[in-house]
Design a protein around this ligand. Structure first.
Ligand code: ZN
Ligand code: ZN
Length: 264
């Protein structure tokens, strides 16, 4: 008889944080999560309504939903982003920001989709994904990332420290400071099943540089399932290790988040 293999324990989600008193204490301070995905992204598992309900349950002031840009296989088409005007943006106490996680495609910093689509979005994240990234030397990669940061449409850079592209972080942090672009510390990157071996050292370097140059950062859950909204459990040890100041974490203050990005 064929043996049925159980899923490896390493690959199962860990929801211990939901019932940990220590984590609940930390979660009280969290006002927002901007980087999340619904079923529209093709490899995420909750609907928009389920995401809104979970954001409200967690008491968020702002929930961002940022479906993958069109270069990721299985995600939605441009018409999806162009029709987002049909969705109300205020849900009780919680504001909804609807946008996209655009792909940085190359060492010139080219973003996917087009300006006519970008301009209809409430929020624009840009990030490097290995499925659609053509890199070069570390200097060329860094130039591409800096160009994406300098793109006036970019609000947030997703997971710059995941190691998909080797980068020099000092010019990245300084460009982010100059242009008021938020660099993300992405909790999902650190899941053991994701295999980003340089993520820890890279993100520690980003945090140290941001602390040194007084540059705000944003925590991102990159939730692909509603329960993961505002789950930053893998970020907290790095914030503790670098003694990163709360005042530089925009997730703890929605006014600072909106003000820093010049959002209404
Ligand atoms: Zn995804
Ligand atoms: Zn994402």
């Amino acid at each position: 008889m064929k043996m049925k293999m159980p899923p490896s324990e390493r690959d199962l989600p860990n929801y211990r944080y939901l019932c940990s008193p220590k984590m609940t204490e930390t979660m009280k301070k969290i006002e927002l999560d901007i980087h999340t995905h619904t079923i529209a992204s093709g490899h995420a598992y909750s609907t928009l309504s389920e995401m809104i309900a979970e954001g409200q349950r967690k008491g968020l002031s702002i929930l961002g939903i940022t479906e993958h840009g069109e270069s990721i296989p299985g995600t939605c088409n441009r018409i999806y982003f162009r029709n987002l005007h049909v969705i109300p943006r205020q849900w009780g106490e919680m504001r909804l920001l609807l946008g996209a996680e655009l792909n940085i495609l190359d060492t010139k910093g080219t973003l996917d989709m087009d300006e006519d689509t970008w301009k209809r979005l409430d929020i624009r994240i840009a990030g490097i994904h290995r499925l659609c990234w053509t890199g070069g030397t570390v200097e060329e990669n860094t130039a591409g990332m800096v160009a994406a940061i300098r793109n006036p449409w970019t609000h947030i850079i997703s997971h710059p420290g995941d190691g998909t592209a080797e980068l020099l972080f000092e010019p990245v942090v300084l460009a982010a400071k100059e242009t008021h672009t938020l660099l993300e510390i992405n909790s999902s990157t650190f899941r053991p099943s994701r295999h980003f071996p340089h993520a820890r050292e890279n993100n520690l370097e980003i945090l140290r540089l941001c602390k040194q140059y007084d540059v705000p950062i944003i925590l991102g859950s990159d939730a692909h399932f509603a329960l993961d909204i505002a789950n930053y459990e893998y970020c907290y040890p790095l914030l503790a290790e670098t003694e990163f100041p709360d005042e530089l974490i925009v997730n703890y203050d929605q006014k600072r988040f909106l003000g820093y990005l010049g959002l209404q």
